[in-house]
Design a protein around this ligand. Structure first.
Ligand SMILES: Nc1ncnc2c1ncn2[C@@H]1O[C@H](COP(=O)(O)OP(=O)(O)O)[C@@H](O)[C@H]1O
Ligand SMILES: [Mg+2]
Length: 230
């Protein structure tokens, strides 16, 4: 599979609005690309991410992710698709405070039916890779923001998703934790992970993305990669 994301004539118009919040937009993201989506507040960045994640449906157009057309799937099929193929990290981490770091990371693996034992092995591998193994038995509430975001990214990666989506992952972090997450995303990109990162932080975009898509009013104002089709 060469393209991880293919959008064809995708537009999203919210009920109350008279113009689309996004698109129409045609866009491909190849395996191994790290795409940063930038643009002012309200330009459609989260809308784009939600369509790719199958969290929302387009008003028109076709959304294909990891080789699967997802815009027509039922909620049930989408939930399953997301668990198996998409990892997500958000600004506010969304960790479960009553579970340890290890259990938070393992949870999506167990939900796909992975045995507890292999889930634990995969969680251990990720904690080591992300430098959080010393917190394996801690509860998220005791960790710094940067550490929590690492846990959230480990959880996002536990099922080896074709695609990692991150929406303002440094938005709630201090500068030093932000750099931590920036380095983590850069490492993941180098390791071949396909990433779509939404951020209004241009320094973050430049540091860890191989391609930048700049949105204005729901349209692509600039695509740094438009010249090349790999
Ligand atoms: N659920 C919604 N209902 C109605 N309008 C929405 C909804 N979500 C976003 N919008 C509108 O769509 C536009 C794009 O929003 P969004 O994708 O969240 O932008 P960004 O993430 O770039 O800040 C904005 O005008 C916003 O007000
Ligand atoms: Mg947003």
């Amino acid at each position: 599979m060469h393209q991880v994301i293919e959008l064809e004539g995708v537009a999203k118009r919210y009920d109350s609005a008279d113009a689309p919040a996004l698109g129409p937009l045609t866009l491909s993201v190849a395996k191994g690309e790290a795409l940063a989506v930038t643009g002012p507040s309200g330009s459609g960045k989260s809308t784009l991410l939600n369509l790719v994640a199958g969290l929302d449906k387009p008003t028109s157009g076709a959304v294909t992710v990891a080789g699967r057309r997802i815009d027509q799937l039922s909620e049930h099929a989408l939930a399953r698709f997301r668990r198996e193929h998409i990892g997500m990290a958000f600004q506010f981490f969304n960790l479960l405070d009553d579970l340890t770091v290890t259990d938070n990371i393992q949870l999506p693996a167990q939900l796909t039916g992975t045995s507890r034992r292999s889930a634990a092995a995969r969680a251990g591998e990720l904690m080591e890779m992300l430098g959080i193994q010393k917190h394996a038995r801690a509860y998220p509430g005791r960790l710094s923001g940067g550490e929590r975001q690492r846990v959230a990214v480990a959880r996002a990666l536990v099922n080896r998703p074709a695609l990692l989506l991150a929406d303002e992952p440094t938005g709630a972090l201090d500068t030093s934790s932000g750099h931590d997450v920036r380095d983590l995303l850069t490492d993941l990109h180098r390791a071949g992970q396909t990433i779509v990162l939404v951020t209004h932080d241009l320094t973050l975009a430049q540091a860890c993305a191989s391609r930048t898509l700049h949105l204005v009013d729901g349209h692509v104002a600039l695509d740094s990669h438009a010249r090349a089709v790999r």
